[in-house]
Each structure stands twice: as C-alpha cells, then as structure tokens.
Write a new protein. Structure first.
Length: 359
C-alpha cells in the first residue's frame, strides 16, 4: 500500500494481527478471484422511513447483497455485516456490476480467498431524483438515516444469517457514502460499531456566497437536470437533503440564493449538516464506536477537508486511524476496499467462530 498512516488507535497489535497484516500486503492482489467466489443477489427492500418523500422517489429500494463463498454450504454459520454506501450519481450497481474503478465483487473475492474472514456486504441504491440522497433526513428526500440504520438493518437481519449485534455491524462508504458513514455513525452508534470513510465529501460548509454556488440551478425539468453538469445535480441534491420546503412545489426545496439575494437561513441549514460543524455535538457518540478509519488520496481535492476532520477528531480525543495514499478521488477504490477496508473490519468486528478476534 502506497501512502502514509497515522494511527490514533491505541493498544499493541497482536502477533496474529501483525502476521495477517504482513501476509496481506504481499498476497491480497496476487490471489486469483477464481479461487473463491461469493454471490450477489439484488433484492427490493421497502423503506417505511422513505414513504411520502416529496421528490417522489420510490420507498422500495434495490439493494445488492454480497454473500461470501461458503454461505450456502455452511447453513449454521453466521456472519458480520458491512453496510456499504455508494457515492453521488452512483448506485449499488456501480460497485456490484463490475465497474473497473470499484468492482466490489472481485475485490471481496480476492480478500476472502487470501484469508480475510468472510463477511456479508450490503449496499442500497441511494440514487434519487436528484442523483443522491446525501444519506440525510428531510421531507423532500425522505428519512435516509432511518432507512439505512433501521429499515435496511432489520431486513438484512431477518433474511440472512447475520450476527444481529452492533459489534458485528460495520459501516463504510466512498465520497457521498463517506459523508453518510460519518453522519450515520454520529447519530446511530447503537447500531454500528466500526466505520471506514473513504474520501468523504461534504465535510466542511461550502462558501455559498461565491461562485459557482452563488448561481442557483436553472434546470426546469428532470431531463434538463440529467443532461446538466455535476455541480447542478449537487446543488439540487444538497437543497433536497438539507433545505426542504413542502410549500414550494414542484421541487420542494429552498436554495441559498433567491432572485439574486443571499438567503442566510438556508445557508445555515446547509452548514449545520457539515460533519465538521456537527462534530462537537457528537463527540460522545463517536467515542462509543469501537473503531474509526478515514482515508483519502493525496491528489484528491477533498484531502484538506478530510485532514481537517482528522485533526478535529484528534483534538477531541476521538480514537481513529487516518491514511493517505497516492491517488485521486476515483482511482484505487477497489484496491482500497480489498486491502484496507475489508481487513479493517476483519480485525474490528465480532465473528461467530473461526473469524477475527473476539471482543
């Protein structure tokens, strides 16, 4: 792994963990995926928490579930679960449809074939009318916080052989999913015990008084929005997640600029959803987590904000690890998932016999 590691996680590494880390660094990428194959099923999960959302997205969400090799042949074995959150404009099929940048199937196959204990990996499709839910809670977008932390967890625990305890549940995500990982961990430490945020976005408030944010999005139809640029989509998605307005049909949003006039209250609502603003309120919740990991590429424009979060966590005494690596926002994701994310959870989640260390 290329990059640097700064650890805030105290305690000596066990001999077994050290040997595993050393072996993994040499073998993970060399193991043919053909040696072991997990299976992916795509199921529909009804989200009671998403019912009645004003943007009109279906509360019935597609969800990809990766089951490790041996799941069917070992009917008495139970598994920890990693809930994985995708990025903005993506969907679960980005990770589990063999996109070469992500390819979560092959990455998981290689990691588990190399000796990482098998885990179930679950990713919901959070692509909405405005291309991303921000994993937030609003009248417009729906309560995505509760969908992931309650509706989805309840469904998975009732349909698969999970270990239905917080110490056997991990939460991870990339970009918007990294933001969602931190946000949900702050609010639901009773559900998840360990988290890994890859290249998290949206950590600091945007300077909404300056371009390009000072120009309100102008798309009149969904077709025009779909044909528009990434920023226009992000403007609508942010407003839908953080400044809903049920009295403003047909979009049901407020934007920080209206008729050329800055709207400070709306801007304050957006800022209130930035993890660096939220952090001080949720220090006790984050300290309840068993393990926290952050990473970011050294060529990623988000690196300064991720580093700012890392420094704030350090100042608040929140135990965590932080890594940088030689990469930008979208490359090396599959490698990170294989070599860092899955081994991290193998060391920090509780397994039901023959897995990682007990807690």
């Amino acid at each position: 792994m290329v990059g640097t590691r700064r650890s805030r996680h105290h305690g000596a590494m066990s001999v077994a963990a050290l040997l595993f880390a050393l072996l993994s660094s040499f073998t993970l990428s060399q193991v043919p995926a053909s040696m072991m194959h997990g299976s992916v099923v795509r199921v529909t999960v009804h989200g009671q928490s998403l019912e009645g959302n004003l943007e009109g997205d279906s509360p019935d969400r597609e969800v990809s579930v990766y089951l490790p090799a041996g799941y069917d042949s070992q009917p008495s074995h139970r598994y920890p679960v990693i809930y994985l959150l995708h990025g903005f404009t993506d969907s679960d099929l980005t990770w589990f449809g063999r996109d070469p940048h992500y390819d979560g199937i092959s990455a998981a196959d290689r990691a588990f074939a190399a000796g990482v204990p098998g885990m179930i990996v679950v990713m919901p499709d959070a692509k909405t009318r405005y291309f991303g839910s921000m994993y937030s809670n609003s009248l417009t977008v729906g309560d995505w916080e509760s969908f992931v932390s309650h509706d989805l967890v309840a469904f998975v625990d009732s349909h698969y052989r999970t270990i239905p305890e917080r110490m056997s549940r991990g939460l991870a995500g990339h970009s918007m999913g990294g933001y969602g990982t931190i946000r949900l961990a702050m609010k639901h430490p009773e559900v998840f015990s360990s988290i890994y945020a890859l290249s998290a976005c949206c950590l600091v408030p945007a300077n909404l008084k300056d371009p390009p944010w000072s120009t309100a999005p102008t798309a009149q139809t969904d077709e025009q929005l779909a044909a528009g640029d990434f920023l226009a989509k992000a403007q609508f998605a942010s407003a839908a997640a953080w400044s809903s307005n049920p009295g403003r049909a047909p979009r049901f949003i407020d934007y920080p600029w209206k008729d050329g006039v800055f709207q400070p209250l709306v801007a304050a609502k957006w800022a209130a959803n930035a993890p660096l603003v939220m952090l001080d309120q949720y220090v006790p919740a984050l300290k309840r987590l068993h393990a926290i990991a952050l990473d970011v590429g050294t060529h990623d424009s988000l690196m300064p904000s991720v580093q700012a979060l890392e420094e704030a966590m350090t100042a608040d005494g929140i135990v965590h690890t932080y890594e940088t690596y030689d990469g930008d926002h979208v490359n090396h994701i599959a490698v990170r998932f294989e070599r860092s994310v899955l081994p991290f959870f193998s060391k920090n989640l509780v397994f039901d016999g023959g897995g990682a260390k007990k807690h």
